[in-house]
Design a protein around this ligand. Structure first.
Ligand SMILES: *Cc1c(COP(=O)(O)O)cnc(C)c1O
Length: 221
């Protein structure tokens, strides 16, 4: 199927209140434009330089989501335009985003990345670390960031049961945060090509879908 058909199909499967982020890393601008012309406005990228280049050349009404692992020294390159930073996993990174947002006279929306997978290699905060950040006094001084919710990646496994368990752990953490009135959760970003329907079933409001829209990537980044 073509890119527009893929988008149309995925949209027909998901509720209207769930945001579809088209993950376009490694894909050329022509392919992003095909998606754009089909009405897609939310795009996700993992690499700062690639995101900066694409932002420069593509239409200005695109919402650019940064979904990769962000290094503090690179925040300044995306701060002028990024729409939502998904993978924030430390207080020092939040501080740097705040600093660069201030320089650009804007408020940057962020999601805290939570570690829910079994694997050792994934980035992210534990539930406890995330709660500590949200409760910290220092956070209140960061006027140019706004934490909108959480992002997570499930284990890379075929076990639907395992993935479901991991998604449920994030949802239940998010519900506790809401009940304790710590934060108003606007977005829960989880679910990719292989598991987005399950993710929505378990409470995702934002799915990040790459290969089901654009086809397999040449290399697995
Ligand atoms: C690449 C990537 C995706 C999309 O993966 P697909 O399996 O191609 O849908 C989603 N989230 C993150 C963080 C990614 O790096």
């Amino acid at each position: 199927m073509s890119i527009p058909e893929n988008i149309k199909y995925i949209k027909s499967e998901i509720p209207a209140n769930v945001t579809l982020v088209a993950v376009s890393k490694t894909k050329p601008n022509e392919m992003l434009m095909e998606a754009y012309e089909a009405g897609q406005r939310d795009f996700g990228e993992n690499y700062v330089q690639e995101l900066v280049d694409k932002h420069e050349l593509l239409p200005k009404d695109i919402h650019w989501h940064f979904i990769g692992h962000l290094q503090s020294n690179k925040v300044k390159y995306i701060a002028p335009f990024v729409y939502l930073i998904h993978g924030v996993d430390s207080f020092s990174l939040l501080k740097e985003i705040n600093k660069q947002a201030l320089k650009n006279n804007r408020i940057i929306d962020c999601l805290l990345q939570i570690y829910i997978a079994q694997e050792e290699t994934k980035f992210g905060l534990s539930f406890e670390e995330a709660r500590d950040i949200l409760n910290s006094k220092e956070l209140k001084d960061l006027k140019n960031i706004s934490i909108k919710g959480f992002m997570a990646m499930a284990s890379n496994t075929n076990s639907e049961r395992q993935i479901k368990k991991e998604f449920q752990s994030l949802k239940s953490f998010s519900d506790q945060i809401t009940n304790d009135k710590i934060l108003e959760i606007k977005h829960l970003s989880f679910g990719m090509s292989s598991d987005y329907l399950l993710a929505i079933q378990e409470g995702s409001t934002m799915i990040r879908v790459g290969s089901s829209i654009f086809g397999e990537r040449d290399y697995n980044l």
